[in-house]
Write a protein that binds this ligand. Structure first.
Ligand SMILES: [Fe+2]
Length: 304
């Protein structure tokens, strides 16, 4: 057969096989290719439109922007919504809500016990201490939990991705003390936007959407026997708090800020004047298998 209709071609593309392959990958690929063939036909996609899209995909991928696109098109939040739904069906509830990891986690941040400074030198924003406990669902403190915390600098950039920043700047791993306490000093990060003149901004301009994220701080918290918690907290008052490009704002994750807290007791963090404090406890569910307690971040889980 050398002449083919669309349907005959689709049949060939989705059924050719000389070995078993991976049945799950085969099924997903068949579905996606079928849907795309249908989209191209239904929307009368021209050859130029198709190749322009392929050029965009290649540039987006080469530029390391896949994680921005997945977040901006809702996939990261979708996976969280589906995980919440699965939990509800399984009768699992309680604890700090999960929130998207985002594409900018880096493993191996310097570890310290109980407390850490994320900032170096003069704070480049309003000085902040965030502190609290890691607890299990019964309210017991979790000693030795590993709290990875990372956030953007005053220009909205993350170390390892933004030029001019030091390795692990604004990234630390804090091991909770015997009472499950953690605390860190840093500065209030601003919100940030997707990079201008990038494949991501091209798409969002074409969609007539903005690319702003409200100010937030990321966490990845792991402890033996407990379900690894990936979440982020929002700083109150941000313009985009209810209009996040990545759809990540959640109830229960907007922190409160106390201003003009006296410095007594915070000397070890280099604080000698009134400062802004946020108290927040992280509550972790029990893990029901080893995989749930894995401390690996999302890409490390699938590329190990
Ligand atoms: Fe972020």
């Amino acid at each position: 057969m050398t002449e083919l209709t669309q349907n005959q071609l689709l049949e060939l593309v989705t059924t050719k096989q000389i070995a078993a392959g991976n049945p799950r990958v085969r099924a997903l690929t068949q579905r996606i290719v079928t849907d795309l063939f249908k989209t191209i036909d239904d929307m009368d996609v021209s050859a130029d439109e198709f190749w322009k899209a392929m050029d965009w995909l290649a540039r987006m991928s080469q530029g390391g922007q896949i994680g921005l696109i997945t977040a901006g098109l809702g996939f990261d939040r979708l996976l969280d919504i589906r995980a919440d739904e699965a939990d509800q069906k399984a009768g699992r509830s309680g604890g700090t809500p999960r929130a998207i990891e985002g594409p900018l986690f880096i493993a191996g941040a310097p570890r310290s016990h109980g407390e850490a400074r994320l900032d170096e030198g003069e704070p480049k924003g309003e000085l902040l201490v965030m502190e609290g406990q890691v607890l299990d669902l019964e309210g017991n403190p979790v000693a030795g939990a590993l709290v990875d915390v990372w956030h953007a600098n005053e220009k909205g950039g993350y170390s390892h991705f933004f030029p001019g920043m030091k390795p692990y700047e604004l990234r630390r791993q804090i091991e909770t003390d015997a009472q499950g306490h953690y605390r860190f000093r840093s500065y209030l990060p601003p919100g940030y936007a997707i990079p201008p003149n990038s494949p991501t901004s091209e798409l969002f301009e074409a969609l007539g959407r903005h690319g702003n994220r409200p100010a937030h701080i990321h966490f990845l918290i792991a402890a033996p026997g407990l379900r690894t918690l990936t979440t982020q907290v929002n700083i109150p008052g941000d313009t985009y708090i209810d209009d996040d490009f990545a759809f990540a704002t959640r109830d229960g994750l907007i922190v409160e800020l106390e201003h003009n807290v006296p410095p007594a007791g915070y000397e070890s963090l280099g604080i000698s004047a009134p400062f802004t404090r946020s108290r927040f406890n992280f509550v972790m569910q029990k893990a029901i298998n080893e995989s749930e307690a894995s401390p690996a971040a999302r890409m490390a889980r699938v590329t190990a």
